[in-house]
Design a protein. Sequence first.
Length: 317
Amino acid sequence: MFFQVFLICFLCLQLLSYSHSGLLPKKIPVTIVVSHCKQSLEWLSPTIDDLTQHYPQFVVTEVLIFSKCGRLVVGAPNLSTIIPLPNVGRCDHTYAHYIAKEMTTTEGIVLFLKDTRHVYWEHKMKSGSHNLTEGLAFVHDYGEMLQRALSSTEFCCRQYINSQKTGIANAVITKILLTWFREEYSETQNMYALNSKDETPFSIHTNMLQWITEMGVQVPRPLTSVCYGGVFAVSVKRLREIEPRVWENLRMSLSRGNNIQEGHFMERTWYASRCVCLSASLCLCLCLCLCLCLCLCLSVSLYFQLACLLHSSHLLL
């Protein structure tokens, strides 16, 4: 009996291991999505070459550059596709638009990038608005980001923050996060200054809770994570777990204007937003627990049967 139970458990584990490894191909396809305004992209081709050289398990199958400011895209890789978009919602609108309207891949990882790359934080360090020199840590290697996106979270943020240095954190209490609200935002006005002036009201929502409720977004409780900076890698599987209507809601909301509060809400939502469903790792854990419970029940049953047999033999004697 024990041998049969052991054999069943072994076969179940082998089947799950085979199916889990089969979820990803030998060459993992990577789609690169770039939100472009006016910075040069001459760094992108060397980045892709370095990625494929040092991480041969990944293959860049598509590079999409969404140009939003009507400027010439300088340094675009040869295999890239340039798609013009209206200058609204900044990088968050770009990413939501790609997922809602342009994403055709069904497997692999999407790497979301901005043309500014280091420019934003260098600007803030020079301005002295935050003590970010000691407060920020970057995953400089995009290949490492892709590898981390293959973990159980299926997500990797490029930037990690020391809350004691900056006053903000990657891990937050969901209830507090959803009360977040800001009346205005102008810290990057000089860096993104353009000829046209956006007169759209910055805020039309009471707080983040009102916004995610309208969008239909679900976030973990009581704790969640936040990815600041707009550069991250995420699995296609995780993106597709969220209903298409939610992505369309987000795309439309982020289309309201350029410098809008919804973009800051979305920045705090990328890591947190996901469908609550069973992952392969969780299924494996549940299978192991089920096998252990089955073995325990059989052991108890055999123990009582043996005890009854011994008791009967004692009475006969």
